[in-house]
Ligand binder design. Structure first.
Ligand code: ASP
Length: 439
């Protein structure tokens, strides 16, 4: 019998997680003290989910470092390096800008923040104030305005490599690995050879571990999504229905219209083939809400199922996972304009352009971890002059529905990165994409 492809297995796990999670939430909705079976189910699924997430995170740092070092050592000798770098930056800026424009159009057309005064009052008190406090505590280190942005960029050059690794500061590690690979390429003969062999061996070993971890994805996805839905439920989404729909519509337009057009025009690539090849990565991104944790799966899909070379993938994807966040940039824009509408703050097109630029800049610095963009949103709200009190209430309101939107925007972030890798590969003359029947 033919084995079921990985993406189908993950999809089935996701459907099961949705059914069980929502059912558990629904049946215990009215009870304050949750029954023992609920607690047990939550504990057990959460346990399975965190095992998978831990395993993914375990391979992220060695995988990112060895992939970049090997990739750059190979291309660092000649002009390729600069050309690839420029192409990657150009593509990331282009898709980021398009995403932000889509978000801005959606939020200005739908105006989700123009709510009934009664509802507005309710939203600005009670539950959201409570959530606001949580957010404020969680993000009290987020600084405002230009300083906040600069601080994000300061992390790019880490003082201490090991501290950056311990704290999972991917951007700093990427910067170091780029330099490391670049200078391996400049070593004299025998040193260069031994370094290249060493790092390639290490990279292959880590890839082996990664494949092993990925084979558990269906269980991991089930374990990650079930407890989330048990706690959140679908009802929280409906409270903020129009806002959530605006974000989802923007993300859908970017994923199913903008990116497919770019794939077709710039890479002559069929979007559906690409989407199918990347589906395990997209489903993992959806389940983990973390582009960084998904990176091992993205690298695996883009090289094995999509057929992009390791050289291009290992250069573009780790950079993309931290720097190219289309979904996040779009989300940030929608949130800021939504909150302005909600608080009755007039936002001229000039202020909105500031939001665009800030959203683009901060999405580069935002870490690929769950809810990371809330920090960036605080930075932007400060920069466009929101008073502190409104910022915490506003972020609290958004926080209520953040998890499910985070899952979706992370999938869009990963989709954007993968499109970049495929298009850049094509532009470098690569062929043989999407071998039939990816397994
Ligand atoms: N969770 C997102 C990611 O990992 C970042 C964010 O938008 O919060 O890509």
């Amino acid at each position: 019998m033919k084995k079921l492809a990985l993406h189908w297995k993950i999809l089935i796990a996701l459907l099961l997680a949705f059914s069980i999670g929502l059912w558990a939430n629904f049946t215990t909705e009215s009870t304050i003290e949750k029954p023992a079976w609920f607690e047990n189910l939550h504990y057990f699924t959460n346990f399975v989910g965190s095992l998978f997430l831990n395993a993914l995170k375990m391979v992220v740092i060695p995988l990112v470092m060895t992939s970049i070092i090997c990739g750059v050592a190979k291309i660092g000798e000649d002009k390729d390096f600069g050309r690839l770098g420029l192409k990657t930056l150009f593509f990331y800026s282009l898709t980021g800008l398009l995403a932000v424009v889509v978000g801005l159009l959606c939020v200005n057309l739908i105006e989700p923040g123009q709510v009934d005064p009664g509802i507005r009052e309710k939203m600005l008190s009670g539950q959201s104030a409570l959530e606001a406090q949580k957010v404020e505590r969680a993000f009290e280190h987020a600084d405002g305005g230009m300083k906040g942005i600069l601080e994000i960029f300061q992390r790019m050059i880490p003082q201490n490599l090991f501290k950056a690794a311990v704290e999972g500061q991917l951007l700093g590690l990427i910067f170091f690995s780029l330099l490391f690979g670049f200078f391996i390429a400049r070593l004299p003969g025998k040193y260069k050879q031994s370094q290249t062999i060493f790092w390639e061996g290490l990279n292959s070993t880590i890839l082996g571990i990664t494949n092993f971890v990925i084979s558990f994805a269906p269980y991991g996805v089930f374990g990650l999504v079930t407890p989330t839905l048990m706690m959140v439920g679908i009802e929280t989404i409906s409270v903020m229905g129009t806002f959530a729909l605006t974000v989802l519509l923007g993300l859908a337009i970017h994923s199913f219209l903008v990116l497919p057009i770019l794939l077709r025009i710039l890479g002559k690539i069929n979007f559906f083939q690409h989407f199918q090849a990347l589906s395990p990565a997209l489903l993992t991104a959806f389940s983990t809400a973390s582009s960084s944790a998904t990176l091992p799966v993205t690298l695996d899909c883009i090289t094995k199922r999509a057929g992009v070379s390791k050289k291009i993938a290992s250069f573009t994807l780790p950079l993309g996972a931290t720097m190219n966040m289309d979904g996040t940039a779009l989300f940030e824009c929608v949130v800021v304009v939504f909150l302005a509408q909600l608080f009755g703050v007039e936002m001229t097109w000039v202020t909105q352009s500031t939001v665009v630029i800030m959203a683009l800049l901060t999405s580069i610095g935002v870490a690929g971890i769950p809810s990371a963009s809330l920090v960036a949103i605080i930075v932007i709200l400060h920069a466009v002059g929101f008073p502190d009190a409104t910022i915490s209430i506003g972020v609290g309101i958004v926080f209520v529905v953040d998890r499910l939107l985070d899952m979706t925007r992370t999938a869009v972030n990963v989709l954007g990165d993968s499109c970049a890798a495929a298009i850049i590969g094509k532009s470098e003359g690569e062929t043989g994409y999407y071998p039939s029947n990816p397994g």
